[in-house]
Design a protein around this ligand. Structure first.
Ligand SMILES: Nc1nc2c(ncn2[C@@H]2O[C@H](COP(=O)(O)OP(=O)(O)OP(=O)(O)O)[C@@H](O)[C@H]2O)c(=O)[nH]1
Ligand SMILES: [Mg+2]
Length: 309
C-alpha cells in the first residue's frame, strides 16, 4: 500500500512540476504581449473619470454600461457616453437683417481669456464668410490699449467701430448702427470675484433689449473657480459659452462642473491667437475629447480654413 501511495505521490509531484513549467512559459508570453491601445487608453480613461463632475458620474457610467458591447467598456464607449451629456449649440447662424435692427452679441468674461480676439474671429467670419454688414463697439475703456486693439481689427476687416464710455453712449451707437446686420460689443475683463466690476458691465449694457451675451471661459477653468464665474456673471444672463485657449489647456478638469452649473450650451472653441483661423464650432465629441483626452475626436473643421477656401 505504501509503495502504491509513494508512486501516486511521485506522479502528483511530476504533474505539479509540468504545470509549473507550463505556467512560467505562459507568464513569459503574457509579458511579451504588446500593450494594445484599447487596454492602455481604457486605463487612462478611467483615470480621467476623476476630472468629471461627480453629479455626472452615475448617468455617465449608466450610459457606458448600455453602450459597451463587451464586459469592459472601450475608450470609444466612454467618449460616446460623455459626448451624449455635453450640451453644444453648433455655432451661431449669423444672418442678414435688412428690415430689422441688427443682431447684437456681447462678449464677456474674466480677464485675459480671449474675449477681444474671439470677437475679432467671429466678426471676420461674418464679414469674410457671410459678407454681412458688421459693426464693432467696445465698452472697454478701462484697460490701456483695449480700444486700439479692437480698432486694429476693425481696420483690418474694413468695418466700422465705436467706443462707448457709458450706457447712454452705447444706446446711441447701437442706434447709429441700425443698418448693420450684426453688432459685436466688447466688454472689459473682470475677475470672477469682482462683483462690482461685473455689475458695472451690467449697468453699461443697461436696458438694451434683445442682446445675446456670450460668456468666454478658458477651457482650463478650475473646478473650484467655475461656480463663482457662473454665479457672479449670472446677472449678465449669458446665453451660451465659448471655451477659449483649448490649445493651452493641458487639463480640462473643471469643464463638466462649468457645464453642470451653468446649464449653458457651448458654441465655439478657440485654440490659438490667429484671427480668424483659430476658432471652431463646438461639437459634443470635441468637448468630450477635451475632458477625456485619451480619446481623440475627429479633426474639427476650422472656420478660418473654410474661409481661406
Ligand atoms: N493660445 C491662445 N491664446 C489666445 C487665444 N485667444 C486669445 N489668445 C491670446 O490671449 C491674449 C489675451 O487675449 P484678449 O483677446 O486680449 O483677451 P481679453 O479677454 O479680451 O482680455 P481683457 O480684455 O484684458 O480681459 C492675447 O495674447 C491673445 O492673442 C486662444 O484661443 N489660444
Ligand atoms: Mg479685451
Amino acid at each position: 500500500m505504501l509503495k502504491a501511495q509513494k508512486e501516486q505521490y511521485i506522479g502528483i509531484r511530476n504533474s505539479i512540476k509540468r504545470l509549473d513549467d507550463k505556467f512560467s512559459d505562459f507568464d513569459e508570453k503574457i509579458e511579451n504581449i504588446p500593450q494594445g491601445d484599447v487596454g492602455r487608453t481604457t486605463e487612462e480613461a478611467r483615470k480621467e473619470l476623476a476630472n468629471i463632475h461627480k453629479e455626472w458620474i452615475p448617468r455617465l457610467t449608466g450610459t457606458v454600461k448600455k453602450i459597451a458591447k463587451g464586459p469592459l467598456p472601450t475608450d470609444d464607449d466612454w467618449h460616446e457616453a460623455l459626448a451624449e451629456m455635453v450640451p453644444t449649440a453648433g455655432g451661431i447662424m449669423f444672418r442678414r437683417t435688412p428690415s430689422s435692427s441688427p443682431d447684437v452679441y456681447v462678449l464677456a468674461g474674466p480677464t485675459g481669456v480671449g474675449k477681444t480676439t474671439t470677437l475679432a474671429k467671429l466678426a471676420a467670419k461674418c464679414v469674410l464668410g457671410e459678407k454681412l454688414n458688421v459693426g464693432l463697439i467696445t465698452t472697454d475703456t478701462f484697460r490701456v490699449a483695449a480700444v486700439d486693439q479692437l480698432r486694429e481689427y476693425s481696420s483690418l476687416l474694413g468695418i466700422e467701430m465705436a467706443v462707448a464710455f457709458s450706457g447712454e453712449e452705447l444706446e446711441g451707437q447701437l442706434k447709429a448702427f441700425h443698418d448693420k446686420d450684426v453688432v459685436f460689443i466688447d466688454t472689459p475683463g473682470r475677475g470672477q470675484f469682482d462683483k462690482e466690476g461685473i455689475s458695472g458691465i451690467c449697468s453699461t449694457l443697461g436696458k438694451i433689449e434683445g442682446i445675446c451675451v456670450l460668456l468666454v471661459v478658458p477651457a482650463s477653468v478650475r473646478k473650484e473657480d467655475a461656480p463663482a464665474i457662473i454665479e457672479n456673471y449670472g446677472p449678465l444672463t449669458p446665453s451660451a459659452l465659448i471655451l477659449s485657449k483649448t490649445d493651452e489647456a493641458s487639463r480640462c478638469d473643471g469643464l463638466t462642473t462649468l457645464l453642470d452649473i451653468s446649464k449653458l450650451p457651448v458654441l465655439y472653441l478657440t485654440d490659438g491667437q490667429r484671427v480668424p483661423e483659430d476658432i471652431h464650432t463646438a461639437s459634443p465629441g470635441i468637448v468630450a475629447s477635451l475632458i477625456m483626452p485619451s480619446v481623440k475626436a475627429k479633426e474639427p473643421i476650422k472656420i478660418g480654413d473654410a474661409l481661406n477656401g
